[in-house]
Design a protein around this ligand. Structure first.
Ligand code: HEM
Ligand SMILES: *[C@@H]1O[C@H](CO)[C@@H](O)[C@H](O)[C@H]1NC(C)=O
Ligand SMILES: *[C@@H]1O[C@H](CO)[C@@H](O)[C@H](O)[C@H]1NC(C)=O
Length: 581
């Protein structure tokens, strides 16, 4: 039998009182600890009631949402809608400060463009990219290394560099995809096939080429083409859904290394504690450590190859790497020091091209291929506009060449690309953190608060939420620019929304027609945006020039998405017919 209160009193009244006192103290302490651990809302900003009443905050809802939908990202755009408020707060993990979701384009534009002193790259983003700690993506703007890194990559996105150096690289890899799909179109005989791997491969070939100018031995699409050409694929088994599968080579070893590292960063995006999960991975996963080392080895090899070529007197630039090396050589000469071609900074800025530029472009290309299959009117219009824009290529029955594609501006092409990125943003959320106590839509926001700004939310894909103009910042009220989308059709894919007719009756592309956040905005917006546009344009032009993307049915046409580093279509099939000319 246990000791009852009665026993205690009788045996030792003194110890009972002490015990009772300790019990009360412990109770009070527990209560205080519980109160301390409960989420503390920022006054005046809506939040989920159930989250504020538990130590775990919104985490259980987030976990449940991820379980149900297999992805988290749409949750961000849903919360402001749920509360009918453009600014809401939530608690992602226990014992954490509230984070904010801002779904108002005008104020987001103000934060990103004009208030970058108060809102910088977030600590969370920096931790996500711990795989490349010396890349500028993993630095606050106040980091003393930041300026030097930006200096190193300064000219890489100028039209001159892109057209002269990157465009030929991108063109040659895109041509390989056209060749592969020409063969597949013939073998599939009009039946659909899964395009995800080919687009993923083409995107990695393209970004590898722009970054390192790898030779064809590392060109994955070329390998697939050679393999398919020598495999007997005349009798492809047809799946119940009408699609066919092609035999496929496993990934090349070195590409698998890159892929695994990018996958880790994709997981980092989803991690609730990215710093912890990165350290854990480093400690526990020896294949991850091997991949990191192999990646560095690959870069060392490529750097040495270029340096040897420079030494022999050939200073031609083929890649972003060549440019960085020559820049380092000049900087060292100016400063009277020895050049350091093997610095962590150069290695990370180079690998950052792949990390930031592969999955993003791959996602964008997959969505665009789906969208033109779904919207036959857009595809047909695009093809006839291209045929009119490249009359020489049409007359000579050849491909538009790289100069023609880069130098001919075609409003409708710009509109289709922009609309695809608006409609299906590869990265649906832009993130910033307050660097000081500040005010946002009339609310006091403490320093160190994360702010998530959905690029697929209200104002962009669904009706904007109401905001009282008086609570907007001064610069937001006086300096904002750009149109607004029509609420009736903003949820639809329609490139026409980006076009306007000028005074002379000419149709122009209007990049400010309405809210768009796919590349972020301001000093910390996407560094590689111009390269991305160039790549998407080349791929889109050459694909639509060469193939009719026939409409798809059933599950193959599903618009469901899955999230890795970026958001990707779950189903990305193409049914191709070669354009005859
Ligand atoms: C369709 C393709 C792409 C999309 C949708 C995309 C999107 C984005 C977004 C949303 C951001 C964050 C912007 C912000 O916080 O304001 C970003 C940052 C960045 N992107 Fe891209 N990106 C793409 C392609 C590329 C490519 C090809 C590169 C190649 C170099 C690249 C390099 C970067 C870098 C370095 C940053 C960080 C910039 C900084 O921290 O200052 N991106 N990108
Ligand atoms: C590359 O060059 C560096 C410096 O000259 C040298 O230390 C290194 O061994 C070389 N590595 C390879 C893989 O060629
Ligand atoms: C591309 O075609 C144009 C004619 O439209 C020609 O003048 C130009 O030299 C060609 N460029 C290349 C790189 O072949």
């Amino acid at each position: 039998m246990g000791i009852t209160n009665n026993d205690l009193v009788l045996q030792n009244p003194h110890s009972f009182l002490t015990g009772f006192f300790l019990f009360i103290v412990a109770g009070v302490l527990l209560y205080l600890a519980y109160q301390w651990a409960l989420p503390k809302p920022i006054p005046g900003i809506p939040y989920n009631e159930e989250a504020a009443g538990r130590i775990m905050g919104d985490m259980p809802s987030i976990v449940a949402y991820m379980k149900e939908h297999g992805r988290l990202r749409p949750w961000f755009a849903k919360q402001p809608v749920r509360h009918g408020s453009p600014l809401i707060q939530f608690w992602m993990t226990p014992f954490s400060k509230p984070k904010l979701i801002l779904s108002d384009y005008q104020e987001a534009q103000d934060i990103l463009l004009r208030r970058s002193k108060e809102f910088d790259r977030s600590t969370r983003s920096i931790q996500v990219f711990l795989t490349i700690p010396d890349h500028h993506i993993a630095m606050a703007s106040t980091d003393r290394r930041f300026k030097g890194n930006k200096e190193l990559v300064r000219d890489l996105m100028t039209p001159k560099f892109l057209y002269d150096v990157s465009a030929p690289q991108i063109y040659s890899k895109t041509t390989a995809l056209v060749e592969l799909w020409t063969l597949k179109a013939e073998l599939a005989n009009g039946r659909p096939f899964d395009a995800r791997r080919d687009i993923f491969d083409a995107a990695i070939d393209i970004i590898n080429a722009a970054t390192f100018a790898f030779d064809d031995s590392l060109c994955t699409v070329k390998h697939q083409l050679d393999y398919l050409a020598t495999t007997d694929s005349r009798q492809l088994p047809v799946n119940p859904d009408g699609s066919v599968d092609f035999p496929q080579l496993p990934e090349l070893d070195d590409i698998a290394v890159v892929h695994a590292l990018c996958d880790h960063i994709g997981n980092q995006f989803k991690s609730l504690k990215p710093k912890l999960s990165h350290k854990f991975k480093l400690l526990t996963d020896s294949s991850f450590r091997r991949n990191l080392a192999r990646k560095d080895e690959l870069i060392t090899q490529e750097i040495n190859k270029s340096l040897q070529r420079f030494e022999s007197g050939d200073n031609t630039m083929f890649s972003a790497m060549d440019h960085m090396l020559q820049r380092e050589r000049e900087a060292a000469k100016k400063a009277g020091r020895k050049p350091d071609f093997h610095s962590r900074r150069i290695y990370d800025e180079l690998f950052g091209y792949i990390v930031a530029g592969h999955d993003t472009s791959s996602s964008a290309l997959k969505w665009i291929v789906k969208l033109i299959s779904e919207h036959q009117d857009v595809q047909n219009k695009l093809r006839s506009i291209l045929q009119a824009a490249y009359p020489a290529a049409l007359a000579e029955s050849r491909q538009p060449n790289e100069t023609e594609i880069t130098k001919t501006s075609i409003a409708y092409v710009d509109a289709v690309i922009e609309e695809a990125l608006r409609y299906a943003s590869p990265l649906p959320v832009v993130l910033r953190e307050t660097t000081m106590d500040t005010i946002l839509l009339g609310h006091h926001i403490p320093k160190g608060t994360d702010i998530f700004m959905p690029s697929s939310g209200p104002g962009i894909l669904m009706p904007a939420l109401p905001v009282n103009d008086n609570v907007r910042s001064e610069t937001s009220r006086t300096k904002h620019w750009g149109g607004k989308w029509n609420e009736q059709d903003m949820h639809l894919f329609n490139p026409e929304r980006w076009l306007k007719t000028d005074e002379t009756g000419k149709i122009q592309y209007d990049s400010q027609a309405g809210p768009f956040l796919a590349f972020g905005l301001g000093p910390r917006s996407c560094f590689g945006k111009r390269l991305a546009y160039l790549e998407i344009r080349m791929v889109l032009v050459l694909l639509v020039w060469n193939f009719v993307f026939k409409p798809l049915e059933g599950e193959l046409a599903s618009s469901m998405a899955v999230d890795s580093l970026t958001s990707n279509p779950k189903y990305c099939y193409v049914a191709l017919e070669k354009v005859q000319r």
